[in-house]
Design a protein around this ligand. Sequence first.
Ligand code: UDP
Length: 243
Amino acid sequence: MKNSIETVKIMDISFINTTKKDLLHYHLFPKLNTGQQCFVVTANPEIVMKAREDDTYKQIIQSADYVIPDGSGIIMAANYIKQPLQEKIPGYDLMIDLLKFAEIQGLSCYFLGAKEYINEKAVLQAEKQFPNLKIAGYHHGFFEIDDSVIADEVANSNPDIVLVALGFPKQEQWIAKHKDKFSKGLFMGVGGSFDVLAGEVKRAPKQWINLNLEWLYRLLKQPFRYKRIIKVFEFMFRVILKK
Ligand code: UDP
């Protein structure tokens, strides 16, 4: 990680140890104001496990300016190794705060990813919630990562923020591959956040989140994701094993 910020290392991935508020005020907002490029990864246990299995992907995650702890599993692992993290920072909340800031500052955002109708619905919602936000452009997420026509289109729109909702590992791979085409921009992989913004997927109720059971809520709603939950257990097992 390039920036001077306290981190906690979990399975070779250095997570920032700060609050969402401080991350925004002391790091992300100043970078947006000065047009400095920056790469944000919101990492959950599945991403850490993928990095463990794929060295190229690990290098991409390690090249990020900020790796955010997004998921109760990461918080529990940090507690277990006795290096507690200050706060879980949900990627969705960070995205909404960035959009709020962009609206106030007159910055622009490109929305890349999700199914076409969800992508359009998410942009409509963003326009509704943040009427003064500049939409640099939008495109669905079903294309090849190597597609340079789409990447050039995004770069030519000169966005201040690029939200990439292709799911992991694609979103981080796309950012790593194409960010040099841009002269500025905060790049962030946002997973299923457009589905939530579009109102197609519901986040877990607050009580579930507070009990660190967001993963169980998701599993009950989307049972086909069970393989991912197995990865979360494998992650916890490896953290315990390593200690
Ligand atoms: N997606 C996409 N292109 C792809 C694969 C997935 O745009 O090639 C989208 C998918 O439609 C969804 C998001 O990426 O909107 C991934 O959502 P998921 O809930 O799996 O995200 P994660 O759990 O990885 O954060």
